[in-house]
Design a protein. Structure first.
Lengths: 373, 373
C-alpha cells in the first residue's frame, strides 16, 4: 500500500518476458506505435506522446530542460517535497521560479495565481504538481489554471506522476501543454518508463529551442517518431512491454470506472480512518484520492506503528518526508487498489492501534464498508 | 546477432519477475549494495559505482554534464557515429572538443594524443569511445591514454558501452576516471540500466562542481548511496534484478574466461568471413572482438542480404550507420555468444551469399571451426 511503486498485476509482470527484439525493427515500431496511441487515450489527448526510459523525475526534468530558458519566469505552487524539488530544478536550470507557497496539506487560493499574472506580464509557464505525494494533497482547480494559462498565453505543465490514471485528467480539455506521469503509480506497471504529452503549441516552441541536453531532448524523440515510429535511444524494452499491457488493462476497465474505483477506495479510507479517530493531513478541499496522508495520534511512534503493520500484517505504508517525518503516515491507494486492499489495510491499522494501546471504536470497518455498497 | 540489445539468458529474464519492492526498504538496500559490489568486480575497480536507470546514452551524458564546464577543453578521438555524437554533446554542453579524427575503421596513431597535449596545456579531460559500435573498431591503446592523462593531470573517461564484459578493461589499472557501460551489450541483460564508475579524483571534483541537472546528478547518487545504500530516484527495479542476475552469471563464468570466449568467437568470425572473401571494415590493429563490421561484396544489396538472413535463417545482423549504410553489415558477437552462434551465423551468411549468386569457397566453415579447437 505504498504511494508507488504500487503492486503490479501478474499479467503485466509476465509481459516483460516477451523476447528482446531489435528496437530498429518493424516489431518494435508496431509495439511503440500502439503504446503511443493507447497512451493518448489514457491522457485524453491528441498531442504527441513520448515514452522516456527513466523514472518520473527524469520526465519532469525533460519538461524543464526543453522548455525553460535562462531568466524565464515560471509560476509554481509549492507545498510539499515534490513541488519544492521541481521549483528548485527550475531555478538551478536558470529559470526564475515565482513560488506561490501555502501550508503543507493546503493549496493556495486560486486567486493567488491571477495575482501573480497581474504582477508579472512575462510569465513563460505555470508548472503545477497535480498530486503532491509527500502530503496527500491534490489541486482541484487544474482546469482553471489551464484556462488562465490559455488566456495569458503561457505554457501549462502538469506534473501528474502520482495521479494520472487514478483521477480526472482530460489533458486537452484542461489545456495542459505538457503532462507528465510515470509507470509505477496509478498505471500499476513496474517503474522505469515515463510517458509525457506535448501539445502542438509546446512542440512548436521546443522545435525552435536549442537545449544542450541529449537523453531527454524531446526534439530527437519527435524526429524519430515522425520518421520511424522509433525512439532515438535504446528503450527499456521489458518495461515497454509491461507498460503496454498495463495500458490494455486500463482501457479494458475503462478510464471512468477506474477513476470511480479510486474515488470510492479513497472515500472508504478517509471514512474508516476518520472513524478510528485519525485525521487526514490534507484539508478537505485538497485531499488526494490516491495518497492518503494521515496524522499520527499523539504518542504513537512512526517506526513502531509501521513495523507492526509490516511484520504482523504484511501491510506496507510509507512514513512522512522531511518535516513530516514521524508526524504522518501515507497510504498509497492507487493502481490495482480495490475493496480488499482497503478493508485489509484498515483492519490492520485498527489492530495495530489497539496493540499500541489506543481505544478504537468498533464500527470503523463497517462505516468504511458502507462506501462500497 | 545484433550489436545490442543482445540475447538475454532465460535465467536473467526470469529474474525480472521478483516482486516489486519498496526502493526505500532494507530489501532494496541489500539488492543494490550487492549490485554495486558485483559491478566493482566486473569493472575491476574500487571506485564508486552508480547504476542509472537509463540507456547507455544517458550514462554517457551523465559523464559530461557532471564533469564538463563551459569552455573546458576535451580531447576526443572521432571515427564513427558514437564518437561523433559524444563530441557533439560535449560541445553543445559548452565544452570545447579537440577532435582527433581518423578514417572510419581506423584509430588515430597514439602520438596524435601526445601532440594534442603539447599544443594545449589546459586540457580538462580525454574522452574515448573504447569500442565504436558503428564501425566495429576498438582502441587498443586505452592503457597508454590512461597513463598520458595521469601524467598530464586530466580526467580519462571511457565510453565502454558496447565492450565492457567482453574485452579487457581493468578500470583502475588503466587509470580510467569515469567508465561507462550499459546492461544490454556484453553484459547480456535487458536494456534500461547503465552502470558507471567514478574514481576518487573525479568524485572529489564532481562534489565541488555545480551542475544544473537532476536525474543524472551524480552528487545525489553518491549521497544516497553513502547515507542509505539507495538511489535518489525510483530505480527500474525489474531491470535491477535482471542486471544483478547477469552479473552473477558473469562472475560464475569468470571475467578472464568470458573475455577469452569473446576473443575466440571474434577470431572464428574474422577467419570464416575472410575465407568467404569478405573483408572486415576495420583495419587489423583496430578490429573489435564484439562488433564484426564487414564490407559488402560489390553487387550485394544490403536489404536483400539481411532479409534472406532474417527470413530464411532467423539470423539478425545490423546494417551500417550514416555513410556506411549499404556498404557494411555488422554482427554483434557479445554477451552469451558461443560457438553455436558463430557457426550458425557463418553458415547462414555462406548460404545467403550463394543464394545471391556469389561463389563461396566450401572450406570457410571448417576454417572457422578450427578456431574453437
Amino acid at each position: 500500500m505504498l504511494p508507488g511503486p504500487t503492486n503490479v498485476p501478474n499479467r503485466v509482470m509476465n509481459a516483460m518476458l516477451a523476447p528482446i527484439i531489435n528496437h530498429r525493427s518493424e516489431d518494435f515500431r508496431t509495439l511503440y506505435k500502439s503504446i503511443i496511441e493507447k497512451t493518448q487515450k489514457l491522457f485524453q489527448t491528441e498531442s504527441d506522446i513520448v515514452l522516456l526510459s527513466a523514472s518520473g523525475t527524469g520526465a519532469v526534468e525533460a519538461s524543464v530542460v526543453n522548455l525553460i530558458k535562462k531568466g524565464d519566469k515560471v509560476v509554481i505552487p509549492v507545498n510539499g517535497e515534490f513541488s519544492t524539488r521541481l521549483a528548485d530544478l527550475i531555478d538551478s536550470w536558470g529559470g526564475q521560479s515565482i513560488r506561490i507557497e501555502s501550508q503543507f496539506g493546503e493549496n493556495p487560493p486560486y486567486e493567488k495565481f491571477e495575482q501573480a499574472f497581474d504582477e508579472h506580464n512575462d510569465i513563460k509557464a505555470l508548472y503545477a504538481v497535480y498530486n503532491e505525494t509527500s502530503t496527500g494533497t491534490t489541486i482541484r482547480y487544474m482546469d482553471k489554471l489551464g484556462d488562465l494559462c490559455t488566456r495569458k498565453g503561457c505554457f501549462f505543465v502538469a506534473d501528474s506522476v502520482s495521479i494520472l490514471g487514478g483521477d480526472e485528467l482530460p489533458t486537452d480539455k484542461w489545456n495542459v501543454d505538457i503532462c507528465i506521469t510515470a509507470s509505477q503509480k496509478a498505471i500499476a506497471a513496474p517503474p522505469g518508463v515515463s510517458p509525457i504529452s506535448i501539445s502542438q503549441k509546446a512542440k512548436k516552441y521546443i522545435q525552435d529551442n536549442t537545449s544542450p541536453i541529449l537523453y531527454f531532448n524531446l526534439k530527437r524523440y519527435f524526429k524519430y517518431y515522425q520518421e520511424h515510429f522509433e525512439t532515438p535511444f535504446t528503450p527499456a524494452l521489458p518495461l515497454c512491454y509491461a507498460y503496454s499491457e498495463a495500458l490494455d488493462m486500463i482501457l479494458e476497465e475503462g478510464l471512468d470506472r477506474r477513476i470511480e474505483r479510486h474515488r470510492q477506495c479513497a472515500d472508504a479510507f478517509y471514512t474508516g480512518l476518520g472513524s478510528m479517530g485519525l485525521s487526514p493531513f490534507a484539508k478537505p478541499d485538497a485531499r488526494s484520492n490516491l495518497v492518503i496522508a494521515v496524522n499520527y495520534l499523539p504518542g504513537i511512534e512512526d517506526k513502531k506503528f509501521r513495523d507492526i503493520l509490516s511484520n504482523e500484517f504484511k501491510v506496507l505504508v510509507a512514513g512522512g518526508f522531511g518535516n513530516l517525518k514521524g508526524k504522518v503516515f501515507r497510504i498509497g491507494s492507487m493502481g490495482e487498489v480495490n475493496k480488499y486492499h482497503v478493508m485489509r489495510t484498515l483492519s490492520s491499522v485498527e489492530s495495530a492501534l489497539r496493540m499500541l494501546g489506543v481505544e478504537v471504536p468498533t464500527d470503523s470497518i463497517n462505516k468504511a464498508m458502507e462506501k462500497f455498497r
